[in-house]
Design a protein around this ligand. Structure first.
Ligand code: DQA
Length: 151
């Protein structure tokens, strides 16, 4: 049993170009902006008894730093590493070193897309994944996280 009544903290982390959500290829990624998604995630988290910290960085090193921050301070991580999913050993290594629940998320299903998206360096080091549900995936991932954290 937990000594404190503080709500578990979940960090939601977005990689490059996700800050442009809403304007960026809306026919693929939808019309909701990253800021609007952040507000929705806070609401969905609150309904589940989770605190949500919502962050985005276009740079690999910035994302690595935020994963370290999640490792040290959060109870779980939901990560959409965007294009770095397919290329970054540094992000994979940072994720692999986090010994708390991690859910990989993609708005689309990268496996059903271009050849260069078939390489995924993260799937092998995360416990669970949510792909292809658009922004609804964030609500599903938060529900999954609540289950993993047993709240
Ligand atoms: C994405 C899929 C990636 O292949 C792509 O580079 C993105 C977004 C998604 O959420 O569907 O930027 O992670």
């Amino acid at each position: 049993m937990k000594a404190s009544t503080a709500k578990p903290l979940v960090m939601i982390l977005g990689g490059p170009n996700l800050g442009r959500l809403g304007q960026r290829e809306p026919e693929i990624y939808g019309s909701t902006t990253w800021e609007e998604l952040g507000s929705l995630c806070e609401k969905w988290g609150d309904e589940l008894g989770l605190r949500v910290e919502f962050n985005q960085d276009d740079f690999e090193g910035g994302l690595v730093g935020l994963i370290h921050k999640a490792t040290d301070h959060a109870d779980g991580l939901i990560i959409n590493a965007a294009a770095y999913t397919h290329t970054s050993v540094a992000i994979r290594d940072a994720v692999a070193s986090m010994d708390k629940p991690i859910i990989e998320l993609h708005l689309t299903n990268p496996t059903a897309r271009e050849e260069f998206r078939q390489t995924n360096l993260l799937t092998g080091v995360v416990g669970a994944g949510v792909f292809g549900f658009g922004i609804k995936g964030y609500q599903l991932a938060l529900e999954g996280m609540a289950s993993l954290l047993e709240i």
